[in-house]
Design a protein. Structure first.
Length: 138
């Protein structure tokens, strides 16, 4: 692994614990490579909307955070890292009931200032819970 790749991974991994919202939801990076990231969100009672169904806002945050990490999964390390999600669309496919979730994000096109990402969130059995597209600006 190159020094740039190690620096990039360290930069992105530092983002999650310092993001209060992601930290509160328990989101963690499981895998990261150029243009791809897998994040996990463990189930806890505070994430439900009603009964045992995981709230769509929590799922959306997982999808947005996964897209952000994939967008930052680049070989070049910027001098002053900053950016923001400028568009996010989430489709809810099936209910996530009292379970951990994993989101896999990949960059489908990278421009000079924008990265376009696709994300899938799945339950432990592999059932698609939600998918999303995100545009991230540097």
């Amino acid at each position: 692994m190159s020094e740039n790749q190690q620096t990039r991974i360290a930069l992105v991994e530092a983002f999650i614990p310092h993001s209060p919202h992601a930290k509160a939801l328990g989101i963690a990076i499981e895998e990261i490579e150029v243009d791809r990231a897998v994040l996990a969100m463990p189930f806890k009672d505070e994430l439900v909307t009603m009964g045992d169904v995981v709230h769509g806002g929590a799922i959306s945050t997982l999808i947005d955070t996964a897209a952000t990490v994939a967008a930052w999964a680049i070989d070049e390390v910027p001098e002053s890292p900053s950016g923001a999600t400028v568009a996010l669309s989430v489709n809810f496919i099936s209910a996530a009931r009292a379970c951990d979730l994993r989101a896999e994000a990949r960059v489908v096109k990278r421009g000079r200032q924008l990265s376009f990402c696709e994300v899938e969130a799945r339950d432990p059995e592999g059932t698609l819970v939600a998918n999303g597209i995100a545009t991230y600006s540097f």
